[in-house]
Design a protein around this ligand. Structure first.
Ligand SMILES: [Zn+2]
Length: 344
């Protein structure tokens, strides 16, 4: 497994008390060091090119972010720059591209999975605006890169507790990039209803699983086994990208879900096993949110172990039982996507 990680991710500064803190980068670096000790290759990030960004962002947006270089600015109530933020944001998007490259080397693949341990996160960044701590949409840049490299169908699975409005927006009319999201709802950023299913040729290729606050590991197991995994399998991607936020954890200060680290391990194992069957094991994980530092580190350790194939899919006793929230989410999905996905 390849892990892209670097100390530069600590150089994007946010105001004191901001949840998307530079200390998160220290957690990511420690996770990378432990992955290296388990046998992963760790490499430093490179900046995304303008061409790579312009596949999903407008030129005025890229120019606006570039213009923040050297300045501490407030972009919206949640989103702030420091002098190095423009460069660090380029590294976050570039790391996601590197991770895609690592699993797409023609012929013989040296890496079966790759991980980009990055901040700032990306999935709220839209084609023409930064928002919600995000400047460039790292996972979307990665998906577009895979398409440009000839992968016919790319799936993005987003288990961050917030809906990835930016990723949805960029591929809303695109049937070649499937976007599947589990998220607390109603909640920030307000999008992500099950009835948002895509438009034009993309109709049916946005799959939202909004879940009420308070959902447990057991609810997520239901949602994955009966919703997420059947849709992903039926789509049959050539590459699976995971928008991996860990803010559905019970310890997270921003959201009200009750996932445990064991739950994230199960979810990631299930995705890995599906990818082994469907796309020759090509999986790329890109970090998003996760604001309880201890939970972020523990969950990532377990997710990376699962991704490396060192763990089998099982539901540990530490996982909490379902509450009905997962089943209500599945019912909303089935109603919204009636007839589109046979596996539902
Ligand atoms: Zn989030």
């Amino acid at each position: 497994m390849l892990v892209v990680s670097g100390a530069r991710f600590a150089d994007h500064l946010t105001p004191p008390g901001h949840p998307e803190s530079p200390e998160r980068a220290d957690v990511l670096e420690a996770v990378a060091a432990r992955a290296r000790a388990r046998g992963a290759e760790v490499t430093a990030p490179r900046a995304a090119t303008r061409e790579e960004l312009l596949r999903v962002h407008t030129a005025p947006h890229v120019d606006a972010i570039e213009a923040t270089r050297g300045h501490a600015l407030m972009i919206d109530a949640d989103t702030f720059t420091s002098p190095d933020s423009a460069d660090v944001a380029l590294l976050a998007a570039g790391a996601a591209v590197q991770a895609v490259e690592a699993v797409l080397v023609p012929g013989e693949r040296p890496h079966r999975a790759a991980v980009a341990l990055v901040r700032p996160p990306g999935h709220h960044a839209e084609s023409r605006r930064a928002m919600g701590f995000c400047f460039y949409n790292n996972v979307a840049v990665a998906a577009a890169h895979a398409r440009a490299r000839g992968v016919a169908r790319v799936a993005v699975l987003d288990y961050d507790v917030h809906h990835g409005n930016g990723t949805q927006e960029m591929f809303y009319a695109d049937s070649s990039v499937l976007y599947v999201s589990t998220h607390q709802f109603p909640f920030y950023p307000g999008t992500g209803a099950a009835t948002e299913t895509g438009e034009k040729e993309g109709r049916g290729f946005t799959v939202n699983l909004p879940i009420e606050a308070g959902a447990t590991d057991g609810d997520y197991v239901r949602v994955f086994e009966l919703g997420v995994l059947p849709v992903l399998e039926e789509f049959g991607p050539g590459l699976l990208l995971i928008s991996a936020g860990f803010d559905a954890h019970e310890l997270d200060p921003l959201a009200q879900m009750r996932m445990t680290s064991a739950g994230f391990a199960w979810v990631t194992s299930a995705l890995r096993e599906m990818a082994d069957r469907v796309c020759d094991g090509r999986v790329v994980l890109v970090t998003e949110g996760g604001y309880a530092l201890s939970a972020l580190g523990e969950s990532l350790d377990l997710a990376l172990t699962a991704l490396a194939g060192d763990a089998t899919v099982h539901a540990p006793a530490a996982m909490r039982p379902p509450t009905g929230r997962g089943d209500r989410s599945l019912a909303a999905l089935a109603a919204a996507q009636a007839g589109r996905w046979h596996g539902l």
